[in-house]
Design a protein around this ligand. Structure first.
Ligand SMILES: *Cc1c(COP(=O)(O)O)cnc(C)c1O
Length: 337
């Protein structure tokens, strides 16, 4: 196998415990959209429920139906808009829907979404809740980086919802849950922190979180480059002195993006620089010495955080992990219970 993804459900359960402590009695709802941020929605959702999460949140009705089928009776909240053609199936499966615009569907539990500053999905004013409505929610635009605006959103949400103590009020994402006790309200929808990835783009350990995902491969070829010789398309890396390079059989089709040139991975536990253009199915690393074929390479794992790769690629770790290709022909997936 060219590479292996290992998901540690123990880490998910420990991260859920960290979030529950931060939430001080408010419910933890585990966000498992996009197949659990690339980690596997069913596995992560199950582990989060074991650790005390009380609902699962997804983005689409089909994602919710898939969870219902495997996980049975659990609260599933579909945060994105449901297509009108999907509402009957959602009702039958007893999914809960979010209404951010337009009419409130009948016979299905509904959360009304207020726009308190995200400027995306959301109602600018709350309509009178019908009997279908069980929750009121909003979403932060910048809880990872802008305290003043986040406080404004918390205040707007509090003011708009104060008259409905019988409804479940939920506002916070991971960043909000970790940094703003006043944002906890009745429940928080946490994704990224559950996976042990920092919502702040820093080291997750600073918040007591532990990455749940390891991505490993090995050196498939090792070769010396003489000065002037290059590796990869476009000859973007040319050796200035005699240099050993290792070829790793993972590329952008696996989710190791083309803009990760220059990041570091661990080869036999040592940091090594990714050099040259990343191909569809392979990339090169600069080695300090000749190493045997089969030497282990850690792409993401202890000592190589997804956050560090994201900084090199000019993106966020969310995008990196949701972009991993989990097709079994390319990657073996191992779940550690
Ligand atoms: C994705 C999402 C979340 C979770 O955000 P994290 O930063 O991953 O915790 C919460 N609420 C809504 C509406 C979302 O779309």
């Amino acid at each position: 196998m060219r590479s292996e993804l290992t998901i540690d459900l123990g880490a998910i359960r420990r991260n859920a415990a960290v979030l529950r402590r931060a939430l001080q009695g408010a419910e933890l709802w585990a966000v498992v959209k996009a197949d659990g941020y690339g980690h596997g929605a069913v596995d992560v959702g199950g582990a989060a429920l074991e650790a005390g999460a009380t609902a699962l949140c997804v983005a689409t009705v089909p994602e919710g139906l898939a969870l219902r089928e495997v996980l049975g009776r659990v609260r599933v909240i579909v945060m994105g808009p449901a297509l009108s053609a999907e509402i009957a199936a959602a009702r039958t499966a007893e999914l809960e829907l979010v209404v951010a615009d337009g009419a409130i569907p009948e016979g299905v539990r509904v959360h009304l979404k207020l726009d308190t500053g995200m400027g995306r999905w959301g109602l600018s004013e709350l309509p009178g809740p019908t009997r279908e409505v069980v929750g009121l929610m909003s979403h932060f635009a910048s809880a990872d980086c802008d305290p003043a605006f986040t406080e404004t959103q918390i205040e707007r949400f509090r003011d708009a919802t104060v008259g409905y103590p019988e409804l479940t009020r939920h506002l916070a994402n991971s960043a909000g849950a970790l940094r703003y006790p006043a944002a906890a309200f009745d429940a928080a929808r946490c994704g990224i922190a559950l996976y042990g990835i920092s919502p702040f783009g820093e080291s997750a350990a600073a918040d007591g979180l532990q990455p749940a995902l390891r991505w490993e491969s090995e050196l498939a070829q090792v070769k010396p480059l003489e000065p002037g010789e290059s590796t990869g398309y476009g000859r973007r890396f040319t050796a200035e002195r005699p240099t050993w390079v290792g070829i790793v059989p993972v590329g952008y089709a696996d989710g190791f993006r083309r803009d990760l040139t220059g990041t570091e991975v661990l080869v036999a536990g040592e940091p090594c620089r990714v050099v040259g253009t990343i191909s569809m199915d392979a990339f090169a690393v600069e080695l300090g010495r000749e190493l045997p074929i089969g030497t282990p390479v850690t792409l993401i794992g202890p000592g190589v955080e997804a956050e560090a790769h994201a900084r090199v690629a000019g993106t966020i770790a969310y995008e990196l992990v949701t972009g991993l290709n989990r097709a079994s022909e390319r990657t073996r997936r191992i779940v550690v219970a």
